[in-house]
Design a protein around this ligand. Structure first.
Ligand code: CA
Ligand code: CA
Length: 338
């Protein structure tokens, strides 16, 4: 895995959760059936009925490996607390009327935050949708993962998506941010983890989003690629986000990968017309001037960089420019680009 840090300062807003007058009437439903079963089976809960209302909190804390057959229709809850890390809960369209969801397992849902709210915990929201229908702020909390989830804004109202956790726009199941007028804010402590699989052409989109503020870091996970060389060729770029009308910016940073000796990864983000996309680029260290050919100009450029004290000439990455960097560069040049 390679990693690069984005240096753009994120706007950090205090996400004070509004206290709600409805909280006084909220009822907690605790799952009590160790064998699993249907959501609509009142006997599986500690109340007289099952949770299915905007004043209900569904709490599933019972340990064990069991399944819950949840409603595929849309329904309302004040909150959902999925505390059993073994549980994967697939539901339909889920309106959340309270300030938080706690998820230590896996939730597959079209999640509709109806008030300012946060999803937190160590779990994963996977492969569906966070859908904004009103002017709210929704936060992916620290440590929580949205995996292949689209974030869809509507037009008009104030809408903000804040990431303090992990976004995984899988290349086989892209993560799209789509809509009119919403703000996408990726906080300082948030991470975008791009998992490249063999189907590398399926990119996420950032379209029609009002303001994009990038912060935090990007992790590029290449471990799913096998064999890697067939997919990622040197002197090539691979889009992982295409964006339009955004104001965010990634800073380029050269990254290394021990599995690719003498190769260099870069995260690139361009804002020019038709080129506003985030890309992963693979180059080879021996091609020092990055023109995709190996010739004497690479030697000259390396020597100039070395003489100028440019740390780009620190081939062995030990933080100092020494004779070993010349030897390292010669090896990289000989290794070529393969
Ligand atoms: Ca060259
Ligand atoms: Ca060195």
């Amino acid at each position: 895995m390679t990693r690069t840090t984005l240096m753009t300062t994120a706007t950090i807003l205090a996400a004070g959760l509004a206290t709600t007058t409805a909280s006084a009437q909220v009822t907690v439903f605790e799952w009590t059936n160790p064998d699993g079963g249907a959501w609509f089976d009142a006997d599986s809960w500690d109340q007289d009925t099952f949770p299915d209302d905007r004043t209900h909190i569904a709490r599933i804390a019972l340990d064990g490996n069991y399944d819950i057959l949840a409603p595929s229709r849309g329904f309302d809850l004040f909150g959902l607390e999925l505390l059993n890390p073994e549980l994967e809960l697939a539901v339909g369209r889920l309106n959340i009327w309270g300030p938080e969801i706690v998820n230590n397992g896996v939730i597959g849902a079209i999640l509709v935050p109806r008030e300012d709210s946060t999803i937190r915990g160590s779990g994963v929201l996977r492969r569906q949708l966070v859908e904004f229908t009103s002017g709210v702020e929704f936060t992916n909390g620290a440590g929580h993962t949205l995996r292949g989830v689209d974030v869809e804004f509507t037009t008009g109202a104030r809408q903000r998506f804040v990431n303090r956790g992990i976004l995984e726009p899988l290349t086989f199941d892209a993560m799209d941010f789509i809509g009119g007028g919403g703000d996408l804010i990726l906080e300082d402590e948030g991470t975008i983890r791009v998992v490249f699989a063999n189907d590398i052409g399926n990119n996420g989109r950032i379209q029609g989003v009002g303001t994009v503020t990038f912060g935090g870091s990007i992790e590029v996970d290449l471990s799913e690629l096998a064999p890697r060389g067939d997919v990622l060729r040197p002197c090539s770029t691979h889009e992982f986000f295409r964006s339009i009308n955004t104001s965010g910016r990634f800073n380029d940073e050269v990254v290394g990968d021990p599995d690719y000796p003498f190769h260099i990864w870069q995260i690139q983000y361009d804002l020019g017309p038709g080129t506003d996309k985030a890309m992963l680029r693979l180059d080879c260290y021996g091609d020092f001037n990055r023109d995709c050919s190996f010739d004497v100009f690479d030697f000259l450029d390396f020597q100039n960089a070395f003489a100028a004290g440019d740390m780009a000439a620190d081939c062995d990455s030990d933080g100092a420019l020494t004779l070993f960097d010349f030897l390292c560069f010669q090896n990289a040049f000989s290794a070529g680009c393969g």
